[in-house]
Design a protein around this ligand. Sequence first.
Ligand code: NJP
Length: 237
Amino acid sequence: EGQVAIVTGASRGIGKEIARQLAERGVKLSILGSSEQIHKTRKELTDQELENILSFKADVAKEYEVEHVVEATKNAYGRVDMLVNNAGVGLFKQVEDVTLEEWKKTFEVNVQGVFLCTKAVLPSMKRQHSGTIITVSSDVARYTIPNGSLYTATKYAVQGFMGSISQEVREHRIRVGTVNPGMVDTYFADSRQGDPSKEDWLKVQDIAQAVLYMAEAPDHMMIDELHLHPFAQDYPR
Ligand code: NJP
């Protein structure tokens, strides 16, 4: 209650559900996505009588767009308590079929986006001497998969980035953590949420609950990482 959060990639999928669950708790929100869909999502949420939601069509890979969202959030609500770096894209193919364009684009969204958003919120969190930064990364941040060289490389990068940041900002009592899901039923990698073939996969609600659990940990406790998998998914340990 009274807290202010920015959620990236909230047009649909996991980010939208994180936004919904935060709004239900009375958290004031700025949601962003790179397409016009973000404004439709805001309307959908406000139609459910959820209040205090600003929407921004902004690309996490563009510094001035990210800075605008953070400034506008501070102007509207006076502070930023929480950032959820959720925006991400996935592309799965054999490495020789990955173009340089696809490589750069995926790194721009998944890694540069996390860097820019984190960098933009840190000064005010440091001044407040409090804050929470949670990144929705992936289970492939700790093992590799065929056809996943590009995606896996971005999530390993995110893991390294978040781990280092965590140590840098600890003295300011800023919580930093990653939620690493396995297969989640969303629109990820050109799929469709609700497809019957994904019935056994994790649900967006599972990931949102993990983010909230991490964010609402008692003052004396930090949760660095949560790994979530559906029973249906076989994965290396
Ligand atoms: O995917 P999807 P998820 N700037 O496609 C937005 C990770 N993950 O919810 O830009 C700003 O339904 C896009 O909105 P729009 C994954 O790596 C997933 O599953 O308006 N926003 C949409 O709201 C990612 O980090 C699985 O089209 C941008 C959202 O991102 C996170 O979960 C497994 C953007 C994507 O929604 C959420 O993905 C795993 C940009 N440049 C990790 N580009 C899984 N689903 O199985 C895209 O291990 N968006």
